[in-house]
Design a protein around this ligand. Structure first.
Ligand code: NAD
Length: 480
């Protein structure tokens, strides 16, 4: 399989003819090659999006028709969910069950924004001046660039593509160079659905080469980025040249607060799901467990016992509960953090090394890892590891739990487990995070906004606000 870029309605090779091998992280086999673009490919794609934007036909297409085309792409995703899920599992190593779930969520994201496309007709406001009218309308922002990470390749792309198109923008998207397969596949659907040339463009390659121009270019009106905090800071600076709008969905170090009055089994299940789902490579992973001191020992005993039994393996094997990490480089990063935890004096309760099974030797696996005796000022507690590593701390009062939970530069998500719902709601209200779950972990859906407080970023995806982020607001005042 070889995948190309899609620029101005044409499938194209990289200008300099470079290619990259795409690797299956389960066995390191080459599953595809992808065109590896350079800055000049980004320039071409931005020029195509600019031309399509300036001609204005997409923005002036009735919103209901734009919505219909977005819906058609969602339907094609739904109809091809198995092929897409297969590609996602090959590319990321996540279980096929997870990938199938992603595809269903992705189709729903397209359907949701398709439905919203023609719902905001603006508003008429009362003018305080005599004989005048005043109305407020929303318009597309213009040319949007979108940069996505490798952990949820098509899901993160869908969160950006569907609202940008529904709102009438033209765009260029760059998936992670490690995981471009499903995003490229969906461009076949854009083509089949009849999107006009230049409205949707796909560039492939590294962030430093292809991605940089997407945030720097003065021909771009908005850059939407999902990825690491350091890359986010670079993009923010690069975007300042023409004061383009920015949306940043960055990392997280998400607290999971378990009170002694929580339903014990549910809290154990969810604490494991929170951090070990997709090998912890989830921006909202519950990687910091704060457990009330009186149940700490029993809770940790259960967690450790269960973590040791999580079945690692091939994502295509139905019995597999967790796949590998994405790359050799990323596994080494997580291993460095495990060493940091040990050096800081945390107690390694389980895991901490590569599994010994022969059938996992070629994959980038790491055992589910739990550190106890952690303190909030440790780097293992403060920094995003983005792997299967849980830190455990204790608290004795709700105020202490809130203070510890908020004591981080991040503010993406968190959870509270308690059967005292008033207490859980009180705690949820005091957490400085974009999403708080009560008695659950990870649920998200197209209708609810997603995004971070503090250094987890700004701007929101999904929900009604996810469409509004791709619009400008205009006030039109008329005298007589
Ligand atoms: P990353 O920052 O390394 O890369 C993300 C994307 O940015 C890739 O496409 C990459 O090629 C590109 N990029 C890299 N340098 C660039 C530059 N200078 N200019 C423009 N683009 C550049 O992140 P990653 O390792 O792919 O993903 C993991 C990170 O993503 C984690 O920190 C995770 O928390 C975060 N994430 C956040 C969310 C969220 O919703 N907040 C969701 C998923 C992942």
């Amino acid at each position: 399989m070889h995948i190309q870029m899609y620029i101005d309605g044409e499938w194209t090779e990289a200008t300099e003819g470079n290619k990259r091998e795409i690797i299956n992280p389960f066995n390191q086999e080459v599953i595809a090659t992808a065109s590896e673009g350079t800055r000049s490919d980004s320039e071409k794609a931005i020029a195509a999006a600019r031309k399509a934007c300036d001609e204005g036909s997409w923005a002036s297409t009735p919103a209901s028709e734009r919505g219909e085309m977005v819906r058609l792409v969602g339907q094609k995703i739904k109809d091809n969910r198995e092929e897409l899920a297969h590609l996602e599992t090959l590319d990321t190593g996540k279980t096929l069950e997870e990938s199938l779930g992603d595809m269903d969520d992705i189709a729903n994201v397209f359907f949701y924004f398709a439905g919203l496309a023609d719902k905001d007709g603006g508003e008429v406001i009362e003018s305080p001046l005599p004989d005048s009218t005043s109305k407020v309308v929303r318009e597309p922002i213009g040319v949007c660039t979108q940069i996505t990470p490798w952990n949820y390749p098509l899901l993160q792309a869908a969160w950006k593509l569907a609202p940008a198109l529904a709102a009438g923008n033209t765009l260029v998207i760059k998936p992670s160079e490690i995981t471009p397969l499903t995003t490229a596949k969906v461009f076949e659907f854009f083509e089949e659905a009849g999107f006009p040339a230049g409205v949707v463009n796909l560039v492939l390659g590294t962030g430093a080469e292809v991605g940089a121009l997407l945030s720097e270019s003065n021909d771009v009106d908005l850059v939407s980025f999902t990825g690491g905090i350091e890359t986010g800071k670079t993009i923010m600076q690069a975007a300042s040249g023409n004061v383009k709008k920015i949306a940043l969905e960055l990392g997280g170090k998400n607290p999971n607060i378990v009170f002694a009055d929580a339903d014990f089994e549910t809290a154990v299940d969810q604490a494991l799901n929170a951090v070990f789902f997709h090998a912890g490579q989830v921006c909202s992973a519950g990687s910091r467990l704060l457990v009330e001191e009186s149940i700490h020992d029993a809770f940790v005993e259960k967690l450790v016992e269960r973590a040791a039994w999580i079945k690692l393996g091939n994502g295509f094997d139905e019995t597999t509960e967790s796949g590998p990490l994405i790359s050799a480089e990323h596994r080494e990063k997580v291993e460095r953090y495990i060493q940091i935890g040990l050096d800081e004096g945390a107690t390694l309760a389980v895991g901490g090394k590569r599994p010994e099974q022969a059938d996992l030797k070629n994959g980038f696996f790491l055992e589910p890892t739990i550190f106890t005796n952690c303190k909030n000022d440790m780097r293992i507690v403060q920094e995003e590891v983005f792997g299967p590593v849980l830190t455990v701390e204790t608290f004795t009062t709700a105020d202490e739990a809130i203070a510890k939970a908020n004591d981080t530069i991040y503010g993406l998500a968190g959870a509270v487990f308690s059967t005292d719902i008033d207490k859980a709601e009180m705690v949820a209200g005091k957490l400085r995070m974009g999403t708080v779950w009560i008695n659950d972990f990870h649920p998200y859906f197209a209708q609810a906004p997603w995004g971070g407080y503090k250094q987890s970023g700004f701007g929101r995806e999904l929900g009604k606000i996810g469409l509004e982020e791709y619009t400008e607001v205009k006030h039109i005042f008329r005298n007589k």
